[in-house]
Design a binder for this molecule. Structure first.
Ligand SMILES: NC(=O)c1ccc[n+]([C@@H]2O[C@H](COP(=O)([O-])OP(=O)(O)OC[C@H]3O[C@@H](n4cnc5c(N)ncnc54)[C@H](OP(=O)(O)O)[C@@H]3O)[C@@H](O)[C@H]2O)c1
Length: 342
């Protein structure tokens, strides 16, 4: 009897200890989570957010709509997009929210989307390349590209290039903060997993080690950082007020695990880890900060996490690699001479 009381009390003590440790970790995470404190309004500004029907993209769109922006939701599924649009209009009371269909796994769709935007929009102040997916299923798209590479990197690469003329037209000089145009690439700390990038095999058909779980996802997120760095460098001589930055949103509870196998396991793991992860609203803070805060108006080519500049991996700092990735990407997306700005 005495024994069982003692063991119960040890169990209780262990339980309490675990709770305290978890509480301390949670408190630390809450205190260190970056929050966008800018109250800046975006009236008169136009914003495009890819993958804005759910998760981080939807929360970012909602916040920017509340600030008065004209918000374009670039989504592949018109039904999901329509529900998101309704939610955003209801919560923000801003009717200037529009849907344009965009499937990043189709170069044709990206071209059509960009052509529609160039026809309908007079300006573009903020482009948030947010959409992304992670899967271990190795599939090629209709363009013969690997599906994650196309949705996470090539699609956004082409989109940004096609919209760059409009953004250059919108941008003022570096002194005109009010006219700043911002390109924001949602990357991930997963870019750190990658220790080598073989630019000769971006469809991952030759090297079997690329097949490892989430390796390709990590590569796509490394490409997001390298793309940001190279674009920032290419824009420098223009003296235009266009900034390009990449970011890690944190570990965020969204629908992100849905394309991974063992969906139920992923869901359970995500619930268990919910104590350590951010809500979608918290996960959107760094994107929002980069879109609105005055203090980053002239910051470009950087990588952010929790609304602060953060360190990237060594590979992500390789400017020669960034330059070569740009050249290879131009070929993969078949960028035409008249679409090139550099
Ligand atoms: N959640 C995290 O912990 C985490 C951590 C680091 C980085 N990130 C990055 O954060 C970004 C947003 O992710 P999330 O967590 O908000 O995930 P999510 O809830 O799964 O949302 C992803 C969005 O991207 C869209 N999308 C995916 N593939 C697309 C395509 N080919 N064409 C057009 N839209 C496409 C999805 O559209 P559908 O709804 O139609 O599928 C959805 O709107 C991603 O770039 C991701 O890599 C997330």
């Amino acid at each position: 009897m005495l024994n069982s009381v003692c063991s119960l009390s040890i169990m209780t003590q262990i339980g309490l200890l675990i709770l305290v440790v978890l509480g301390v970790i949670k408190a630390y995470l809450i205190l260190t989570t970056g929050v966008c404190t800018s109250t800046k309004k975006l009236t008169g500004k136009t914003v495009i957010i890819t993958g804005a029907n759910t998760g981080i993209g939807k929360e970012t769109a909602l916040d920017l709509a509340k600030r008065g922006a004209r918000v374009i939701l670039a989504c592949r599924d018109p039904k999901k997009a329509a529900i998101a649009k309704e939610d955003i209009i209801r919560e923000s009371r801003n009717k200037n929210v529009f849907i344009r269909q965009l499937d990043l796994t189709s170069l044709k769709s990206v071209r059509k989307f960009a052509a529609d935007i160039l026809k309908s929009e007079l300006r573009l102040d903020v482009l948030i390349n947010n959409a992304g997916c992670a899967t271990i299923e190795k599939k090629l798209t209709e363009d013969g590209l690997e599906v994650q590479m196309q949705s996470n990197h090539f699609g956004h690469f082409l989109l940004t290039n096609l919209l760059l003329g409009l953004m250059m037209k919108t941008a003022g000089t570096k002194l005109e903060v009010e006219k700043s145009v911002r390109i924001i690439n949602v990357s991930s700390t997963a870019h750190r997993w990658i220790k080598k990038l073989n630019l000769d095999d971006l469809t991952f058909e030759r090297d079997p080690s690329d097949n490892k779980i989430l390796n390709i996802y990590g590569i796509t997120k490394l490409c997001n950082v390298l793309f940001s760095k190279e674009l920032a460098k290419k824009l420098e001589p223009f003296g235009k007020n266009i900034t390009v930055n990449a970011l890690h949103p944190g570990v965020v509870q969204t629908e992100f695990g849905r394309f991974l196998p063992y969906e139920t396991l992923v869901k359970i793991a995500s619930h268990v880890s919910s104590i350590f992860s951010k809500s979608a609203k918290e996960g959107a803070q760094t994107s929002i900060h980069l879109a609105v805060a005055d203090e980053v108006a002239n910051v470009t080519g950087e990588y952010f996490s929790d609304c602060k500049i953060a360190k990237t991996s060594k590979l992500a700092k390789d400017l020669e690699l960034a330059k070569k990735l740009w050249e290879v990407s131009e070929t993969f997306v078949k960028l035409k001479p008249e679409e090139r700005h550099f």
